[in-house]
Ligand binder design. Structure first.
Ligand SMILES: [Zn+2]
Length: 321
């Protein structure tokens, strides 16, 4: 009975989230970057891609601030995606000017010759490892199935860091890649035993009672880097002033995003319920979104160590300055 009820709940949660995120890959109301470089009001338009996660709140808050600024020279169009693959295709091809995206995906694109620059962090901390109730120690994961959103992700790094604590390696478990919104329902149905993914999908499992936190990212990797604000290089070449205005407002937005404002913005842009946000927003913060050399070098070492990227771009080549 309990299992059946959980399944029903999970299905309802998935359906309601699908309704929020839309079935398509992009928001049909969004205008493409190509035809909006200059608007009627002579403002420069910046089209930014995002997935509906709390890790992108600084982008939403930046749009809120710029929309209120009468003397701003830029206008922001947000374009929603439901998968990292679709978002990266649009970013790499210049269909969107920038995005809030998993930094490892952008590093991978640069390693493959795509011109992208990371301008700031998306957030600080803000990831947890969620497991089913029969798992109480990392060693219990041996032989189990664990989901991450992409091999090229900080979630993969956190998984490897966690397994090392239990003298396990990635070869001791079955790793699957799932879309973030599928993870809570997959845990509820028993098709996976744990996951690590962008928020609020960890908090969803906690609030709905079919998983618990085994580790917080701060237990595994101090000053972890996850999402970044990334621009297409071609856009930056032609629109440096606009990018700089966006960036300075973005950093201001990050400093404003305390738990209260973050919750307001998340409710407006993500439509998540209050309880889930209350749990999720305790794990994340947005102050000081500069990408430091030390933190980037630590990330570069980890992507090499775990076989995520053998040739990550250097700080000077990848970080917008
Ligand atoms: Zn993130």
């Amino acid at each position: 009975m309990k299992f059946k009820r959980l399944l029903t709940f999970a299905l309802a949660a998935t359906l309601s989230f699908s309704a929020l995120t839309g079935c398509g890959t992009t928001n049909p109301d969004s205008t493409s970057a190509a035809d909006t470089t200059k608007t009627d009001s002579s403002k420069t338009n910046i089209t930014l891609g995002y997935l509906p996660i709390t890790h992108a709140l600084a982008v939403f808050e930046t749009k809120e601030l710029l929309d209120k600024k009468s003397d701003s020279d830029i206008e922001v169009t947000l374009q929603k995606f439901s998968s990292w693959t679709d978002l990266m295709d649009a970013l790499n091809s210049g269909k969107i000017d920038g995005a809030s995206v998993l930094v490892e995906l952008a590093m991978g694109a640069v390693s493959n010759g795509i011109d992208l620059k990371a301008a700031a962090l998306g957030h600080k901390d803000g990831n947890v490892v969620i497991v089913s109730d029969d798992i109480s120690d990392v060693r219990d994961l041996k032989g189990k199935t664990f989901a991450i959103p992409s091999n090229q992700s900080s979630h993969n790094i956190l998984l490897n860091d966690m397994l090392a604590l239990g003298d396990l390696s990635i070869d001791d478990i079955n790793v699957v890649q799932l879309a973030p919104s599928e993870m809570p329902s997959s845990l509820a149905s028993g098709s996976i035993d744990g996951y690590c993914v962008a928020e609020p999908f960890g908090a969803q499992a906690v609030v709905q009672g079919y998983g618990h936190v085994l580790y917080d990212s701060t237990d595994l990797w101090q000053d972890s880097i996850c999402c970044a604000l990334v621009f297409n290089g071609g856009f930056l070449d032609k629109n440096k002033e606009a990018a700089d205005e966006f960036l300075s407002t973005y950093k201001e937005a990050g400093s404003l995003l305390d738990e209260g404002i973050a919750k307001e913005v998340a409710e407006k842009y993500l439509g998540q319920d209050e309880k889930t946000l209350d749990v999720s927003l305790e794990w994340i913060h947005y102050d000081d979104l500069d990408i430091s050399l030390d933190d980037y070098e630590q990330l570069s070492e980890k992507v090499k160590e775990y076989g995520i990227n053998d040739n990550p771009p250097s700080y000077n080549d990848f970080i917008y300055q």
